[in-house]
Design a protein around this ligand. Structure first.
Ligand code: HEC
Ligand code: HEC
Length: 420
């Protein structure tokens, strides 16, 4: 399965990607012959158990199944891939609907201030590092700063979409008096003309809305997220995003596809699929070490940002409405300090600001990340402990409290996080 995926890529892509695919095949071969832990994850790992649906009606289940199929489908040039793209399917980056892998990391470029991205006319905001044969590879324009992002977990995102703005604002308001200096804020951004405001949306007086998806929480809803994913990640046009990504160094590739390369039916099915993904379920919740770790998590201020209990509001999908969930995020962006600054802004998120990463599904990540973990926005943390110790800025007090814990408490905390 792994080798087949990469062989497929090598037929369709550029030199860069061919090199990657050759490396992929070698690694897959080594993994196969030495019978060691697989380094490149399969797109679906049944043991990960994250691709299931919330309670749905029969008709909704049919739509979910269709979206599931399209999410894990591999696209080729014949089915709209490219001309410029990063990967060939949603499931390649969002393996088993959990966290992504360094092999499918993506690169964005822009400028380090909040004046917008002046490189949009030069193919911004995303570098498509693969292309169909015969085209010039894209390059980051001179003067642009760039950042690298690995895919966040997709399980449970429908519930995050149903969290009302009022709750996100209440989390931000509570931060104002936090004794440890936590000062999160929502990322207010302009929303696309096609976006219908979410239920209970509270726009700011300048017409900007609270956005919540993506590493810097700059994307409004799951329809926008999916339109951007098809477009920027796979070079596939849709009714919502009708222009292909292009290369400012090579204007010969067709910018506008004559008809959307993903049909509205397929697109809507994929949006519905991600909306209806079940939340990860905690394992070993009654284990004494795990409950001790949960208490430590509360004691040292992790929960100020990684909110354990969140309630959804109205949703047109009944299973998502008015539910209590444990996502371990406040959907706010926080300044994480100079060492976590990527010199890239989106919306009102500054270069060192990141959305609190939901921690659900964390303990299942090794299964989809090849036996290891790649945590934080660019996967630079190779263990949960490293991720915690990379917390600076608003999270510095909490991280130093972690460092001051006894080894027993540190391990209990990590056991708790691994149960999520
Ligand atoms: C090349 C890898 C890649 C591909 C292909 C890809 N994604 Fe993503 N996805 C990402 C990354 C990276 C992010 C974070 C983006 C950001 O920070 O703005 C993301 C974010 C998301 C999110 C938001 C999660 C959250 O909590 O904020 C959803 C939902 C999502 N993708 C769905 C999809 C769907 C549906 C497809 C296929 C149509 C897809 N993705 C294709 C890498 C990928
Ligand atoms: C000020 C808010 C804040 C506090 C306090 C905080 N975090 Fe985080 N945490 C974040 C943000 C923001 C990120 C994402 C940073 C990035 O992607 O670069 C993150 C990322 C993580 C990750 C990586 C998750 C992944 O999937 O990549 C882990 C694990 C984590 N935090 C655990 C903790 C623990 C444990 C504590 C308490 C010691 C803690 N955090 C305290 C805001 C916070």
């Amino acid at each position: 399965m792994v080798a087949a995926t990469f062989a497929e890529i090598s037929i369709n892509n550029s030199m860069n990607r061919k090199r990657l695919s050759v490396i992929g095949i070698i690694i897959a071969a080594i993994a196969t012959f030495s019978n060691c832990t697989k380094m490149i994850p399969d797109m679906i790992n049944p043991a990960n158990g994250l691709c299931g649906a919330v309670n749905l009606s029969r008709a909704q289940s049919v739509l979910f199944a269709k979206g599931n199929d399209r999410f894990f489908a591999i696209r080729t040039a014949a089915t709209g891939l490219g001309p410029y793209f990063v990967s060939t399917g949603c499931g390649e980056c969002h393996s088993s609907d959990n966290r992504g892998h360094l092999f499918t990391i993506l690169t964005r470029f822009g400028q380090p201030d909040t004046n917008g991205n002046r490189f949009m006319a030069m193919g911004g905001p995303q570098l498509q590092n693969a292309n169909l044969p015969g085209l010039m590879p894209q390059r980051i324009p001179p003067g642009a700063t760039s950042t690298r992002l690995i895919a966040p977990i997709t399980a449970g995102v429908g519930f995050l979409e149903a969290v009302p703005d009022s709750e996100i604002l209440a989390f931000a308001a509570a931060n104002a008096t936090d004794p440890n200096g936590v000062r999160g804020h929502p990322n207010y951004n302009t929303i696309p003309a096609y976006a219908t405001p979410l239920a209970g949306a509270i726009p700011r007086s300048d017409g900007k809305y609270i956005c919540r998806f993506g590493r810097k929480a700059s994307t409004y809803n799951l329809a926008q997220q999916c339109a951007n994913a098809y477009n920027h990640d796979m070079g596939i046009t849709s009714t919502l995003a009708p222009n292909n990504p292009y290369n400012y160094l090579d204007q010969t590739a067709p910018a506008i596809a004559p008809t959307p390369e993903v049909s509205e039916d397929d697109f809507n099915a994929v949006v519905f699929y991600v909306q209806c993904l079940q939340t990860p379920v905690q394992r070993n919740a009654v284990n004494a070490t795990v409950t001790q770790g949960n208490q430590v998590f509360l004691n040292i201020g992790c929960e100020t940002c990684h909110k354990q209990t969140v309630t959804t509001g109205y949703s047109s999908i009944a299973a998502l409405a008015y539910q209590t969930i444990n996502p371990f995020t406040d959907l706010l962006v926080h300044d994480m300090g100079a060492a976590d600054d990527d010199h890239y802004t989106e919306g009102t998120a500054l270069t060192s600001e990141w959305r609190t990463t939901p921690l659900w599904g964390l303990g299942l990540a090794p299964q989809v990340q090849g036996g290891k973990v790649y945590l934080m926005h660019d996967g630079r943390a190779h263990s949960i402990k490293e991720a915690i110790q990379m917390h600076g800025g608003e999270a510095a007090v909490s991280a130093s409290k972690f460092n001051a814990l006894t080894p027993v408490d540190q391990n209990a905390l990590i056991s708790f996080l691994q149960s999520l």
